[in-house]
Design a protein around this ligand. Structure first.
Ligand SMILES: O=C(O)CCC(=O)C(=O)O
Ligand SMILES: [Fe+2]
Length: 317
């Protein structure tokens, strides 16, 4: 196994020590692994089966769910995450977490989404503790009111498939261009021998491969990758890092012609949430800068997402 530059943090305890570990990892690499996440190996394997089955269908069948401006649906080779690049060789299915499309295995996806939402909130609560949010502003529960489950948000549940192509030159072929994620946090499942995710480490200032990590036991699903997105970076005035990442197959994966499948949950706050610095003693102690937000006015989560989508797809809203 290649070396692992990221922390592996057990989130089952929900104590202050875990909270400070999470904040430490999120404010250095911006990427980390979590275990104790509550997913068992069987249920994650079943999610990958659903994804594989979906992508294995004829193009015509998949195009019935073709993506439109809603940001939900199927697309092949259209998205260009790095601006001005040729489209990334991959296919994706973006699903509305509150309205999973009618595909084979829909119920498994719905229960996975519920667990992912809960896991995302566990992590947000730990961030609130680690960031020392004032009790008067909600303390550990500060973020809860910004993630009402019934309100519209930019959250997306996504299947990705990168077809293995032995003919491609691994040292040149980028499978998903360099980008940061748009939401608050991203949760990502990957599978053994299908590595390919790389981060541009804020610590080493170099591209570093994110390895696959085995679970501690056969029952538990492998550790889930967590990364900070732009919205959490805004809220923390840049303290938590929305780290640049991309997908580039390592030679070991390229040689086998192996496909990569990944499953991602992009967690976003409710659309009307303001992206302004949060009442955190840790952030205030660093000086109240605007972080990644150079705009004069404070954006809402929705405005920020539309800006990013139009840059990615060339859509005009
Ligand atoms: O497939 C992966 O590992 C990365 C996907 C990703 O970064 C994204 O969809 O934003
Ligand atoms: Fe990403």
């Amino acid at each position: 196994m290649s070396s692992n530059p990221l922390e592996v943090i057990d989130v089952s305890l929900e104590d202050a020590a875990t909270a400070s570990q999470l904040v430490q990892a999120a404010s250095s690499q911006g990427f980390l692994f979590v275990k104790g996440h509550g997913f068992n190996a069987e249920e994650v394997a079943a999610l990958f089966d659903v994804s594989k089955q979906f992508f294995a269908q004829e193009r015509e069948q998949k195009d019935k769910l073709a993506m439109d401006k809603s940001n939900f649906g199927y697309q092949y080779g259209v998205e260009s995450l790095a601006s001005n690049a040729t489209p990334d060789p991959k296919e994706t299915l973006n699903m509305d977490p509150l309205n999973i499309p009618d595909i084979e295995g829909k119920h498994k996806l719905e229960s996975a989404v519920t667990k992912l939402q809960d896991l995302a909130m566990t992590i947000h609560r730990a961030f609130a503790v680690g960031l020392e949010i004032d009790e008067s502003a909600g303390g550990a529960a500060y973020f809860d009111s910004k993630y009402a489950k019934d309100k519209p948000s930019g959250s997306v549940f996504r299947f990705l498939h990168y077809p293995g192509q032995q003919s491609l030159n691994p040292s040149e072929q980028i499978r998903a261009g360099a980008h940061t994620d748009y939401g608050s946090i991203t949760l990502l499942f990957q599978q053994k021998n299908q590595e390919g995710l790389e981060i541009y480490s804020p610590v080493s200032k170099k591209w570093q491969a994110v390895p696959f990590i085995d679970a501690d036991n056969d029952d538990e699903a492998p550790p889930i990758i967590v990364n900070v997105g732009d919205q959490l970076s805004y809220w923390t005035a840049g303290y938590l890092r929305s780290t640049i990442h991309r997908v580039k197959f390592p030679e070991s994966v390229q040689r086998t012609g192996q496909d990569r499948y990944s499953i991602v949950y992009f967690c976003h706050p409710d659309d009307d949430t303001l992206l302004e610095p949060i009442p955190s003693r840790v952030i205030e102690a660093r000086g109240n800068t605007r972080g990644a937000n150079s705009a004069k006015e404070t954006l809402t989560a929705k405005q920020h997402l539309l800006n990013r989508l139009s840059a990615t797809y060339g859509w005009q809203y």
